[in-house]
Design a protein around this ligand. Structure first.
Ligand code: BMA
Length: 327
């Protein structure tokens, strides 16, 4: 099988080859964390954040947390995907409807380019968590749209193209707290305002690593073997939740149909910066770059709800691994 990827070539994608002797299909950047503690004055961490190629460089929407621990979204820029500078002020979303604009907090942003427009989806506080949506073309002006769903919902992730003229978004219905359950669904919209035709994609359960909940990670990557979706998988231990990363292949035309789903984690909290922090034991993938020319993938993930880390993999190897080690 020779995998083909639909997407941009990113010749300057951040990359390190797999270290010799590594038994895993995903390996860490050796200078992690890529964004360390206290990245801005009075900010205790930037993590669970999204990155896209932009004008030959990289840009993203980042989750910050101040000393009050309320999360906000900031724009960040980088020449190489490794060294980042951040806007000191949160994104000022423009919205004519004061009721929609009135968000209480914002976290875990994803950024998805569709037809030249960049869509930001995030967990938006509106009487509990729901999915906020905004769009931008320049990362300076952001137009906030209607919240996609009724509360309570998290991990809203758009597909990077339309299906028969309609947008598709993955999401995970939840509760107001640290939700002890979670399955992934997909919903359709003609206009990013009205959402319906909800379909079940996949549930928690099966092997223990994903026994508690699952949630979509970065926007899916279109390949000749289906949509490659990295997701976070959560297990419950006597010390609380542990978040790892795995992957699933979804049908190209009907992405609520699972083609193959990995039966194990690909990245487990093991490194010191994943095990020490505000929430120890968390690897939370949110941003992903994929170079369609080489199949190189760089995934940005939040580590321990404190710092941002980077890991790498090869699309072909990941797809083969998912198909060979499928539930
Ligand atoms: C989830 C979200 C994530 C966080 C994770 C681990 O419910 O709040 O932002 O990384 O918990 O604390």
């Amino acid at each position: 099988m020779k995998l083909a990827i639909t997407g941009p070539a990113i010749p300057n994608i951040p990359w390190q080859p797999k270290p010799a002797g590594t038994p895993d299909v995903v390996w860490r950047y050796d200078a992690n964390p890529v964004i360390g503690r206290r990245p801005l004055p009075r900010v205790t961490g930037i993590y669970n954040s999204a990155v896209v190629p932009f004008g030959g460089k990289f840009i993203g929407v980042f989750r910050t947390e101040g000393m009050d621990r309320v999360p906000h979204l900031h724009v960040g820029r980088s020449p190489d995907g490794l060294k980042w500078t951040f806007e000191p002020k949160p994104i000022n979303f423009h919205c004519e409807d004061e009721e929609v604009k009135r968000h209480e907090y914002a976290y875990d942003p994803r950024v998805t380019p569709i037809d030249g427009v960049y869509y930001v989806t995030w967990c938006n506080g509106y009487h509990g968590p729901t999915i906020g949506i905004a769009r931008t073309t320049d990362f300076v002006h952001f137009e906030q749209l209607e919240n996609a769903f009724l509360p309570y919902n998290r991990n809203g992730v758009l597909f990077p193209r339309k299906f028969g003229g309609k947008f598709l978004m993955l999401s995970r219905p939840s509760d107001t707290g640290h939700t002890p359950f979670g399955d992934i669904f997909v919903s359709e919209s003609p206009d990013l305002v009205y959402w319906g035709r909800h379909r079940h994609v996949m549930s928690r359960g099966g092997p223990w690593f994903q026994g508690t909940k699952v949630g979509a990670g970065p926007s899916p990557i279109e390949t000749s073997e289906g949509w490659l979706l990295f997701y976070h998988a959560v297990t419950t231990t006597c010390n609380g939740y542990v978040y790892s990363m795995s992957a699933v292949l979804l049908d190209v035309d009907q992405p609520w149909k699972v083609i193959a789903r990995c039966n194990q984690a690909m990245l487990n909290p093991e490194a010191p910066y994943e095990l020490t922090g505000f929430v120890p034991g968390v690897c939370f993938p949110v941003g992903c770059l994929c170079d369609a020319a080489t199949g190189r993938i760089a995934i940005y993930y939040g580590a321990a709800d404190t710092v941002s880390a980077l890991c790498f993999c090869q699309a072909q190897e990941i797809v083969e691994f998912v198909k060979t080690n499928s539930l």
